[in-house]
Design a protein around this ligand. Sequence first.
Ligand code: C2E
Ligand code: MG
Ligand code: MG
Ligand code: MG
Length: 283
Amino acid sequence: RAKSEGRGRFVQFDLSMRESTVKQMRMENDLRRALLHDELDVYYQPIVDARSGTIHGLEALARWPQPDGSMISPAEFIPLAEETGLIIELDRWVLFEACRAMQDLQARFGQASDFTLSVNMSTQQFARTDFLETIELVLHASDFPAPRLMIEITESLLMQRSDLVNSNIQGLKDLGVQIHIDDFGSGYSSLSYLQQFAANTLKIDRAFIIQMMERPESAELVRTIIMMAHNLGMTVVAEGVETSAQLEVLRASQCEFVQGFLFSRPLSLAVLSAHLEQQVAAV
Ligand code: C2E
Ligand code: MG
Ligand code: MG
Ligand code: MG
């Protein structure tokens, strides 16, 4: 009896595995089609100057709107895009879309929209021979100035430094594009890699900011990360700032920039434009 129950469980397990594979495949197909038909969208989250409270830059975040009006989160489709290689196309699309949107804002609002643009880039891009060409092409086609572009990479790239990766990173720097390390502290980066890498900015992962108010050691850890970044010549963005208490601690720790729901959620281009319009009108 025990035996047959056991077998029954295995059959169930197989079925649910098959179900999730089918779901994956359907989602991959849908994502491929969405990319092809320009059905993805980009939202923009302000990165704010911690002292003045003014918008310093915008981070472009991919969105996948559904026919029923809902939205599939990037937490769901970015891993899938990474697995299937679709991420290459997706990142390019987001980069171009965001650069073009920024130039549209500039045409409408002039100096009031002199923001930096941060774009997330999969580590896979850096292992490609056409990576720099793609970046140059997008900058050229959108007329977006390279020094205002910030490419966000994750710590995992610090460990994968082949000659090709190195030359792509150097090439970005030569173009004047900045490199920001995203989600710092969530991975397993070593401090010596960090030093060699010479990124412009460190973005402290949201997990640290959440813990910061709960335990004094965590606040101390955040202060130490900020000091270390400054000693290595980097500026700091704190991610996921949700309370003014967190903001106060970060300010006191000389953190330059903050990003999070306290200031703004990621906004559609339409909402962002309306916001800027109001600001310009108020001046
Ligand atoms: P990320 O680059 O670390 O982006 C920040 C994420 O934190 C965003 O989630 C944002 O909505 C969320 N966030 C910002 N402030 C707060 C806050 O105060 N509280 C909370 N709870 N969350 C906050 P989102 O848009 O869902 O993106 C998730 C991740 O997907 C991004 O994390 C990034 O790693 C990836 N991603 C998004 N768009 C792209 C893309 O175009 N290309 C690539 N390669 N990855 C992308
Ligand atoms: Mg990011
Ligand atoms: Mg991040
Ligand atoms: Mg994060």
